[in-house]
Design a binder for this molecule. Structure first.
Ligand SMILES: NC(=O)c1ccc[n+]([C@@H]2O[C@H](COP(=O)([O-])OP(=O)(O)OC[C@H]3O[C@@H](n4cnc5c(N)ncnc54)[C@H](OP(=O)(O)O)[C@@H]3O)[C@@H](O)[C@H]2O)c1
Length: 167
C-alpha cells in the first residue's frame, strides 16, 4: 500500500480539522493517483471531505470505532484487524492511505511508497506526518522541479520504504 500526503516544511498536514493549503495541481495529482483505487482514511478526515461525501470513483474505507454512518457508499472498519481483513480483498498496489495523522501513523509501516507534496512554507498546525527524512527505512527517490502557485512554492517527492511490514 501507499501513502499520499501534502506536508509543509515541518511535516505538518492539518490545523483545526482542515488542510493547510489547497493547491490545484496537488488536488489534481491526488485525484489522478487515487482514481479507481482504494482510499483508506480516518473518521475525522472523512468528515472533512466536502459534504462529508465519499470520494467519487474510488472504494472509500473509513477507520472508526464510533462511526454511525448512514452511507452505503463507504466501508467502515472499527479496528485494524477488520481493516486488514478488508484490505486483503484488493491488490496492495491499489491501496492508498490518505490520512489523517492518526491513520498515517498507524499504517505508514505497512506502506511501501509515499507520495509527498512538499510545500515550502510553515503553517500554524496541530497535525503532522512522520518526518520520513529522519526514518532510516525511508529513502527519497525522486523530486519534481520546483513549482509555484499564488507565491506558494511546492514540489512532488516520492519516498520508498526499504522494509515495509506485511499485512
Ligand atoms: N495534508 C494532507 O495530505 C492531509 C490528508 C488527510 C488529512 N489531513 C488532515 O489531518 C487532520 C485529521 O487527522 P486526525 O489524526 O485528527 O484524524 P484521522 O486520522 O483522519 O481520524 C482519526 C479517527 O480515525 C479513527 N481511528 C484511528 N485509529 C483507529 C483504530 N485503530 N481503530 C478504529 N478507528 C480508528 C478514530 O475514529 P473514531 O473516533 O470515530 O473512532 C479516530 O478518531 C485534519 O486536519 C485533516 O485536514 C491532511
Amino acid at each position: 500500500m501507499k501513502a499520499i500526503v501534502a506536508v509543509d516544511l515541518n511535516w505538518a498536514i492539518g490545523c483545526k480539522g482542515n488542510l493547510l493549503e489547497r493547491i490545484p495541481e496537488d488536488m489534481r495529482f491526488f485525484k489522478q493517483m487515487t482514481l479507481g483505487k482504494v482510499v483508506v482514511m480516518g473518521r475525522k478526515t472523512f468528515e472533512s471531505l466536502p459534504g462529508k461525501e465519499p470520494l467519487k470513483d474510488r472504494v472509500n474505507i473509513i477507520l472508526s470505532k464510533s462511526g454511525d454512518f448512514e452511507n452505503d457508499k463507504i466501508i467502515v472498519c472499527p479496528s485494524l484487524d477488520e481493516l486488514f481483513c478488508e484490505l486483503k480483498k484488493y491488490n496492495s498496489d491499489d491501496i492508498f492511505i490518505i490520512g489523517g495523522e492518526a491513520v498515517y501513523t498507524l499504517l505508514l509501516p505497512y506502506c511501501s511508497e509515499a507520495y509527498v507534496t512538499k510545500i515550502d512554507n510553515e503553517y500554524p498546525a496541530d497535525k503532522y506526518f512522520p518526518n520520513l527524512d529522519e526514518m532510516g527505512e525511508w529513502e527519497q527517490v525522486s523530486i519534481s522541479e520546483a513549482k509555484e502557485y499564488n507565491n506558494i512554492r511546492y514540489s512532488f517527492l516520492k519516498y520508498v520504504n526499504k522494509s515495509p511490514k506485511v499485512l
